[in-house]
Ligand binder design. Structure first.
Ligand code: SF4
Ligand code: ZN
Length: 271
């Protein structure tokens, strides 16, 4: 089983030219089973990784940090922490008060920007995230049902360095969630067991039952849906990559006049 997981990760790294052994890889680690397993396997495979945890100041932050510290110590790697309270002056609780059912969307933007700025500052070559194939199928289904071509374009295991963002990769894109659960148990890896208190607000969650239902009919259907998308993605890229890029007053690159981080900060200041 562990061999199979390693081989799928290797395959993804090769298929999408994700990184080499010379690269400095920041692993975005939340303390959940996906990112814990990713850090463990990549280190085990001899890659130069650094786990980076974003402390969002939510219910499970302390537990997550504990699990990640234990993992980092056991792997002899240096954990890096980004504290959003220190960086922005507020936590996700405040974001929830302002954005309510859109909290996850704003939280995602905050994490993306803060992690990117941190990794540029620390000279990382690439950011690896723990998205598994189920996460990617959920994203694909959600974007596909709305025919959101820009977002479809980003539902890909590699986003190259572009417009102020460093390269981002998803080495576990060929691995199903159930496989991760099994191998984490076999390896006895400790991970954070408590969900974020806002996790029910995520928009992708509604597609989980659909995927479960289709899986129960034929396990291969959703996997083929995703893999066929990967083959056709080049065509979608051509249609969507004509975007006007602007610079926000803070220096971040944005497609509108203001970056998401500044928009969120301004909205919260009106409190
Ligand atoms: Fe952020 Fe939503 Fe994830 Fe919680 S569930 S960490 S609010 S994106
Ligand atoms: Zn900005």
């Amino acid at each position: 089983m562990i061999k199979k997981i390693k081989s799928k990760i290797n395959q993804a790294i090769r298929d999408f030219n994700m990184f080499t052994r010379k690269d400095r890889i920041a692993v975005a680690i939340s303390g959940g089973k996906d990112s814990v397993l990713l850090a463990y396997i990549l280190k085990n495979m001899g890659y130069n990784i650094t786990p980076v945890f974003i402390d969002l100041g939510i219910r499970n932050s302390e537990e997550s940090k504990e699990r990640i510290k234990e993992l980092s110590d056991s792997l002899n790697i240096n954990l890096q922490v980004i504290d959003i309270k220190k960086e922005l002056g507020f936590t996700i609780e405040k974001v929830y008060k302002h954005f309510n059912k859109y909290t996850c969307r704003q939280c995602g933007a905050i994490k993306r920007y803060l992690l990117n700025l941190f990794c540029i500052d620390k000279n990382f070559d690439v950011i690896a995230t723990g998205h598994n194939m189920d996460d990617e199928i959920e994203n694909l289904l959600s974007n596909n049902l709305r025919w959101d071509l820009n977002k479809l374009n980003k539902t890909f295991p590699v986003l190259e360095k572009k417009d102020g963002f460093i390269k981002r990769v998803k080495p576990m894109c060929y691995i199903r969630k159930r496989e991760i659960e099994k191998v984490v148990e076999i390896l006895g890896l400790k991970y954070c067991q408590t969900d974020c208190e806002y996790s029910k607000l995520g928009s992708r969650i509604r597609y989980r039952d659909v995927i479960r239902l289709i899986d129960s009919i034929n396990l291969k259907t959703m996997e083929e849906y995703y893999k066929n998308f990967l083959k056709k993605r080049e065509k979608i890229k051509i249609i969507t990559e004509e975007k006007d890029i602007k610079k926000c007053s803070c220096g971040n690159i944005t497609s509108t006049y203001k970056c998401s981080l500044c928009r969120i900060k301004e909205e919260i200041k009106t409190d």
